[in-house]
Write a protein that binds this ligand. Structure first.
Ligand code: HEM
Length: 351
C-alpha cells in the first residue's frame, strides 16, 4: 500500500468516526428533549417548593381510602390515624355548626328579651308595697343559688371563649395576651366545674318538693303566666315557668357536667367516637343553657319588680307574693309564717 493509500484509508476511518459521533449527538439531544418534555415543571426548578403538594396527595389518599393512617412506635395506636371521615364531620360541627347554634340561640334570646322589655316593660307590683315582708329563701338556699350562679357565669364566659374566642376576642388583643387569657380561662373552666356540679346537686335536692308539675301549673300555663296583659294566675312557691327553669338546670346541668368530665378525662373507658359525642352534647347543651339562663336573669332582675330581693336578702313583700305566688302565700299564712297586718289605727297618721 502506497503512502497516499495509507493516508486515504486513515481519512476514510476518521470520516466514519465523525459520522458515528454525529449520530450519537443527535440521539443524545433527542433523548434529552424527550426527557425534558416528560419531567413536570416543578421538577425543573429544584429550588422552588410547592407547599400544597403533600396535602394534595393526602386529599387524594383520603378520597380513595377514606382515611389517612400510618405506623407509629408509641403505644397510643389512636395517634396513628391522621384523618378519617367521622373526624372530618366532627370538625365541621365544631368549627361551623356549633357556632351557628350558639349565635342563633344567644343572639336570638337577647333580641327577644330586648323586644319583650320594650313592649311589656317591667312587671310591676300592681298593688304597690304592703310594707310587710315574708321569708322567701333561707340563707342556705341563697348561698347555694349564688354559688351556682357565680360558677355558671364564669363557666359560661370561659366556655364561650373556647367556641367564639378566636373570632371575637383574638382580633382585639395581642396573640400572647389571648394565649394567657385562654389558658387561665381553661383552668377556671376545669376547676369551677366542681362547685357548679355540687350546686346543681344541691338545687335538685333542696327544691325538688316544689317542682313536681301539678294542676295549678296547667292553669298558669293556660293563662300565659299572666305575662301578657295584667293577669295574675295562681301559683305555688314556684310557678310553671320556674319549674321549667328548675328542670333545665337539673337535667341540662347533669348532661353538661357528665359530658364535661368525660372531656376532662379523655379516653378513660371511652374511644374517639364517645369523645366526639361528649363534645357535641357538652357544646350544644351549654349554649342552649346560656340562652335559657339569660331569660332567667332578665326576669330575676329588670323583668320583674320585687323578685331580686327574695334571692338577695331572703324576703319579699307580701303583695308581691299575693300577685305572683298566691297559693304559696296562703299556705305560709296558714302555717303562721306571715306576720299579721299591723292594727289599722297604727297605720293612720296621727291627727
Ligand atoms: C346570675 C344571675 C342570676 C340572677 C340575677 C338570678 C336571680 C334569681 C332570682 C331573683 C330567683 C328567685 C325567683 C323567685 O323568687 O321566684 C332565682 C331563682 C332560681 N335561680 Fe337564679 N339567678 C341567676 C342565675 C342563676 C343560675 C346561673 C342558675 C343555675 C345555673 C340559677 C338557678 C335558679 C333556680 C333553679 C331558681 C329557682 C327557680 C326559679 O326561680 O326560676 N340562677 N334566681
Amino acid at each position: 500500500m502506497s503512502a497516499q493509500e495509507k493516508v486515504q484509508g486513515r481519512n476514510g476511518g476518521t470520516g466514519m468516526a465523525t459520522f458515528f459521533a454525529h449520530i450519537r449527538i443527535i440521539f443524545a439531544t433527542l433523548a434529552l428533549l424527550t426527557l425534558a418534555a416528560a419531567v413536570p415543571a416543578s421538577a425543573q426548578q429544584p429550588t422552588s417548593v410547592n407547599p400544597t403538594a403533600s396535602s394534595v396527595k393526602e386529599d387524594q389518599l383520603l378520597q380513595e381510602l377514606q382515611r389517612i393512617q400510618g405506623r407509629g412506635s408509641i403505644p397510643d395506636t389512636k395517634s396513628y390515624v391522621i384523618e378519617q371521615p367521622a373526624g372530618r364531620m366532627w370538625r365541621q360541627f365544631h368549627e361551623v355548626t356549633l357556632h351557628w347554634i350558639g349565635a342563633i340561640a344567644i343572639v336570638g334570646m337577647l333580641a327577644l328579651l330586648v323586644l319583650f322589655y320594650l313592649i311589656r316593660g317591667m312587671v310591676r307590683l300592681e298593688g304597690g308595697r304592703s310594707g310587710r315582708t315574708i321569708t322567701r329563701f333561707s340563707g342556705f338556699e341563697r348561698f347555694v343559688h349564688w354559688m351556682t350562679a357565680t360558677c355558671f357565669v364564669i363557666l359560661a364566659l370561659t366556655g364561650l371563649n373556647v367556641t367564639f374566642g378566636k373570632a371575637l376576642l383574638l382580633p382585639f388583643v395581642q396573640p400572647e395576651t389571648f394565649t394567657d387569657i385562654a389558658q387561665w380561662a381553661k383552668y377556671a373552666h376545669n376547676y369551677l366545674s366542681f362547685p357548679f356540679t355540687l350546686g346543681v346537686i344541691l338545687i335538685f335536692l333542696m327544691w325538688i318538693a316544689w317542682n313536681i308539675p301539678n294542676r295549678v301549673d296547667v292553669e298558669w300555663l293556660k293563662r300565659g303566666g299572666g305575662i301578657v296583659g295584667h293577669d295574675h294566675p295562681p301559683a305555688d312557691r314556684f310557678n310553671a315557668g320556674q319549674k321549667m327553669i328548675y328542670w333545665i338546670v337539673v337535667l341540662g346541668g347533669t348532661a353538661i357536667a357528665v359530658s364535661g368530665y368525660i372531656l376532662m378525662l379523655p379516653f378513660y373507658g371511652t374511644n374517639i367516637a364517645d369523645m366526639q359525642v361528649a363534645q357535641i352534647v357538652h357544646g350544644v347543651a351549654a349554649l342552649l343553657f346560656v340562652a335559657v339562663m339569660l331569660a332567667h336573669i332578665y326576669i330575676g332582675t329588670i323583668g320583674m319588680q320585687g323578685a331580686f330581693e327574695g334571692m338577695w336578702d331572703g324576703t319579699v313583700d307580701v303583695n308581691w307574693a299575693k300577685e305572683h305566688h298566691r297559693v304559696w302565700l296562703e299556705k305560709e299564712t296558714v302555717e303562721g309564717h306571715v306576720a299579721p297586718p299591723p292594727p289599722k289605727g297604727k297605720m293612720q297618721p296621727a291627727e
